[in-house]
Design a protein around this ligand. Structure first.
Ligand code: FES
Length: 99
């Protein structure tokens, strides 16, 4: 299973993931620059990304995630926190834009 990161310079990297990993963990495993100061606890908002496809396959965002997104700039209706999105096979082919 694979997901694609759209990097800040608009190049793309498609990488493998294992079910249960979060988007943030996959980025870190592949040395893709996506960092959050809270190390995945969903409070800093530093791992803010924009999801480009499969919106109906994503889990609902939690109050924790929504509160963190409220504190960051540039939020869109497809904004999510990479640390709060565990991946599964229905998200194979997901495209994630880094900000
Ligand atoms: S790493 Fe801090 S909110 Fe995701």
């Amino acid at each position: 299973m694979q997901i694609t990161f759209i990097l800040k310079n608009n190049t793309e990297r498609t990488v493998d993931f294992v079910e249960g990993q979060t988007i943030l963990q996959v980025a870190e495993d592949n040395r893709i620059a996506l960092h959050g100061a809270c190390e995945g606890f969903g409070v800093c908002g530093g791992c803010h990304v924009v999801i480009e496809n499969l919106p109906d396959k994503l889990p609902e965002s939690t109050d924790l995630e929504n509160d963190a997104l409220d504190r960051v700039g540039g939020v869109t209706m497809h904004s999510r926190l990479a640390c709060q999105l565990p991946l599964n096979n229905s998200l194979n082919g997901l495209r994630i834009k880094l900000l």
